[in-house]
Ligand binder design. Structure first.
Ligand SMILES: [Zn+2]
Length: 71
């Protein structure tokens, strides 16, 4: 039982390494694409006044977004 599990894990690891970054994994690829795509379109909330501004217009300070007036 345990041996089977180890063999399975080894095979899985081997396959994973074999394909490396070429294998389009759902969890890996889509967030990166969405981040790049949504950079200009996404609205973010100003951490100070709560106004929603686009990411391009917002100012990022210490990981938080601020609108033009608050920045
Ligand atoms: Zn603001």
């Amino acid at each position: 039982m345990i041996l089977k599990l180890i063999v399975f894990a080894a095979v899985a690891l081997f396959v994973y390494k074999l394909f490396g970054g070429q294998l389009p994994s759902i969890g890996k690829k889509s967030p990166v694409r969405q981040d790049k795509k949504s950079d200009s379109d996404t609205l973010v909330e100003c951490s100070k006044c709560g106004t929603y501004v686009s990411v391009e217009e917002a100012t990022l300070i210490h990981g938080k977004y601020y609108c033009d007036e608050c920045a």
